[in-house]
Ligand binder design. Structure first.
Ligand SMILES: Nc1nc2c(ncn2[C@@H]2O[C@H](COP(=O)(O)OP(=O)(O)OP(=O)(O)O)[C@@H](O)[C@H]2O)c(=O)[nH]1
Length: 308
């Protein structure tokens, strides 16, 4: 583990480092409570355990632990276990340290075997924490990714769009949104079965992603409907981009078993203005898509008026 020790007495610090390194851990040292807090605030991700002296100049161990736990709560920062060291065997001190957010309490002078035992328990805690973090990352990926195409799902697409709209509004940048819908997709399913339809959806997504310009983001926002967010792009260039994507899908047939399936998409395009909220923007692109379907499909239509 990477252990941050906060101890003002140089001899105690040296002894602690010696014991911890002997147990195979990496040690970082600070010498008071103030330094502990500021180091942790800027390096939370680089530390697995804090070992903190109770009585230190500038800021006591309890105060520092309080601030660190509050910081983790407000900023969602890396949670790490904390052991407090103290010369006091008072039950009240133990209680107030644990109440402040420490996970264990160790009485000085440190006994090597006791320290090794506590570290064993903390290593277990750390392993559990790592597993939990990996699991959370997997869950986060699952909840934002479409299972079939691996594209961002509607929730993730809308979240990204919201962020891009905020940036575009703040910095006065252009932003456009398009909705792509496969033409007569029902026929694909009816002719080749749902499995054939799925193969087409996957290949279509792969093509779009492999040819996508950096910064553009596709998402699967419905069964056979895909959203495209085009940051830093005015309507004229968004139209060029959508035309390119449309042609990319129609120029080469999709293969399923021995079948070759020709496909086209209709696209609705809408421009963001500071008066437009997210719902109106997607609704605007949807209206343009509806017009594209009525214009005969296989085309890109720009919303005649800005979404309102
Ligand atoms: N294979 C497959 N089909 C899907 C999936 N999600 C939606 N669909 C199908 O997509 C088809 C959409 O059909 P419609 O909404 O009638 O539209 P369309 O046939 O594409 O016709 P237009 O949009 O008017 O050009 C339906 O047959 C749905 O079952 C999916 O995940 N996999």
């Amino acid at each position: 583990m990477r252990i941050l020790i906060a101890e003002d007495a140089p001899s105690d610090r040296m002894l602690l480092r010696f014991h911890l390194e002997k147990l195979g851990h990496q040690v970082i040292e600070v010498s008071d409570g103030e330094q502990l807090v500021s180091f942790f605030f800027s390096h939370a991700e680089e530390v697995d355990l804090l070992v903190v002296d109770l009585n230190m100049p500038h800021k006591s161990g309890v105060q520092a632990v309080n601030e660190i736990r509050a910081f983790q709560g407000s900023y969602d920062a890396n949670w790490v276990p904390i052991i407090i060291l103290s010369g006091s065997e008072s039950d009240d001190d133990v209680l107030r340290c644990i109440e402040a957010g420490a996970d264990d309490y160790l009485v000085k002078p440190i006994q090597h075997k006791v320290l090794a035992a506590k570290l064993m328990a903390m290593t277990r805690l750390d392993e559990m924490r790592q597993k939990l973090m990996a699991m959370n990352a997997r869950l986060e990926a699952l909840s934002t990714t479409d299972y079939l195409t691996n594209l961002p799902n509607r929730r993730a697409f809308e979240k990204n769009l919201q962020d891009e709209m905020a940036k575009a509004g703040r910095y006065g940048q252009s932003l456009c949104v398009a909705v792509f819908d496969i033409d007569h997709f029902k026929q694909v399913n009816d002719t080749y079965g749902h499995e054939g339809g799925d193969v087409v959806l996957k290949e279509l997504s792969r093509r779009l992603v492999s040819e996508k310009r950096a910064g553009d983001q596709f998402g699967r926002i419905g069964g056979e409907e895909f959203g495209l967010c085009l940051p830093h792009t005015d309507l004229e260039n968004a139209l060029i981009a959508c035309e390119r994507y449309r042609q990319l899908l129609s120029k080469k047939p999709f293969l399923y078993d021995e079948y070759s399936i020709d496909l086209t998409v209709s696209v609705g395009l809408c421009r963001f203005t500071t008066e437009t909220d997210q719902l109106e923007l997607i609704k605007g692109a949807d209206q343009a898509l509806y017009q594209a379907k009525h214009a005969g499909r296989d085309c890109v239509v720009v919303l005649k008026k800005d979404a309102a």
